[in-house]
Design a protein around this ligand. Structure first.
Ligand SMILES: [Zn+2]
Length: 320
C-alpha cells in the first residue's frame, strides 16, 4: 500500500523529528519527478496539486492519472493532497476521486479578503466532518499568507495568532494547519534581499507548543534559488529577481515543529529551467518528449536535494 493519509505520514515524521516536502505538480511528468526523487532518496512524500491548475483540461482525468501513476511506486509512502481547496464542494470532489488529504482554505472570503474567524471555522469544520468519516486528512489555514497562488491578485498578509490557532484547532479538529508566519506565495516573493530572518520562528514555536497534535504547515516557502532563475533567464526567460526563504530557516522551522513544507515555485522553476534549456539548445525541436523529459530530470535533481534538507530522505522504511 503506497497511499497513506497526511495524518499517518506526518505523525511518523513528528515522532522521528523530520519534515516532509509537499511538492506541487501541474502535470504527470512533474508528479513523476516527485515520485522518482522520493524513490531515489527512500523518502515519504506528499504530492499536491491545485484544482484546475494543470493542462489536462479536466480534474477527474488528471486526478485519476495521478493515482494510477502513484500505484507504480509501491515502496514510496505517498499522500495525495489537494492544495488550497477553495470550497467544501471542491474538497468533496477530491475525496471522492481518491485523495488522502485535502486542504480547505477558509482564510479568504469569496472576494479575496481575509475571512472572519467564525466563517473559516464553519467551512473547515464541515470539511473535517465529511473527510474524517471517509478516512481522509484535512489541512486548514489560519491568518493569510501573502502573495499570489495564481499570479493575479496579491492578498494582504495577516499573521497567525497563537491563541486563535488553539481555538481553531479545538473547534475544527484539523490534522494539519497552515500558519501565516511571514511567507509569501508565488515566484515574486520579496523584492530585496532579506536583512534578517524572514520567518517569524517565535510564532512557529508558540503555536507548535499550543497544538502539539496538529501538524504545522509552511506555505509560500520556496527558496527561489538564483541559480535556477539564471538558468531560466539564460535560456530566454525573464523572471525578475526575487528572494525566497533561506534553506536554514526552513530547517530551523522543522526543528521548532513544522512538519509539512510546501515547495511549489521551486519545483516549477527547476522544471521550467530544464524545458527552456532543452528548447534553447535545440531551437528546431518540436518534439515535447525530449524537452519535457529535460524538465522532469531537472526538477528531480532539485527535489532530491530538498528531501535530504528536510530530513525525509531515508525514512520510507519507517512506514513499513
Ligand atoms: Zn499555499
Amino acid at each position: 500500500m503506497t497511499l497513506v493519509t497526511n495524518r499517518t505520514l506526518l505523525d511518523v515524521a513528528a515522532g522521528a523529528g523530520f519534515g516532509v516536502g509537499a511538492f506541487n505538480v501541474a502535470d504527470l511528468t512533474m508528479a513523476q519527478a516527485v515520485l522518482d526523487a522520493a524513490r531515489a532518496t527512500e523518502s515519504p512524500v506528499i504530492v499536491e496539486t491545485l484544482a484546475g491548475s494543470h493542462p489536462h483540461g479536466s480534474d477527474p482525468v488528471f486526478w485519476a492519472a495521478l493515482l494510477r501513476l502513484i500505484e507504480g511506486y509501491p515502496e514510496v509512502p505517498v499522500a495525495l493532497h489537494l492544495d488550497h481547496g477553495p470550497t467544501f464542494e471542491t474538497c468533496v470532489r477530491a475525496i471522492e476521486a481518491g485523495f488522502t488529504s485535502v486542504m480547505i482554505d477558509g482564510s479568504l472570503d469569496s472576494s479575496g479578503h481575509p475571512a472572519s474567524f467564525a466563517d473559516n471555522v464553519a467551512v473547515t469544520r464541515r470539511v473535517v466532518s465529511y473527510a474524517h468519516e471517509r478516512g481522509v486528512s484535512v489541512e486548514g489555514e489560519l491568518g493569510t499568507i501573502g502573495g499570489s497562488k495564481d499570479g493575479t491578485a496579491r492578498a494582504e498578509i495577516v499573521l497567525a495568532d497563537p491563541d486563535e490557532a488553539l481555538a481553531f484547532v479545538a473547534a475544527t479538529g484539523v490534522d494539519a494547519l497552515a500558519v501565516a508566519v511571514g511567507t509569501s506565495h508565488g515566484a515574486y516573493k520579496f523584492s530585496a534581499p532579506p536583512d534578517g530572518p524572514m520567518l517569524r520562528l517565535d510564532l512557529v514555536a508558540s503555536i507548535a507548543a499550543l497544538v502539539p497534535d496538529t501538524h504545522l504547515v509552511l506555505h509560500g516557502s520556496s527558496s527561489l534559488p538564483a541559480g535556477l532563475r539564471s538558468r531560466v533567464n539564460g535560456s530566454g526567460g525573464a523572471v525578475p529577481s526575487s528572494w525566497g526563504v533561506a534553506d536554514e530557516e526552513k530547517v530551523r522551522a522543522i526543528e521548532l515543529g513544522v512538519r509539512k513544507i510546501n515547495q511549489g515555485m521551486d519545483h516549477y522553476l527547476a522544471y521550467t529551467a530544464g524545458v527552456r534549456e532543452a528548447l534553447a539548445a535545440d531551437p528546431a525541436s518540436v518534439d515535447p518528449a525530449g524537452y519535457l523529459a529535460a524538465g522532469r530530470e531537472s526538477a528531480q535533481r532539485l527535489l532530491e536535494e530538498r528531501m535530504v534538507l528536510f530530513g525525509q530522505a531515508g525514512r520510507a522504511l519507517l512506514y513499513r
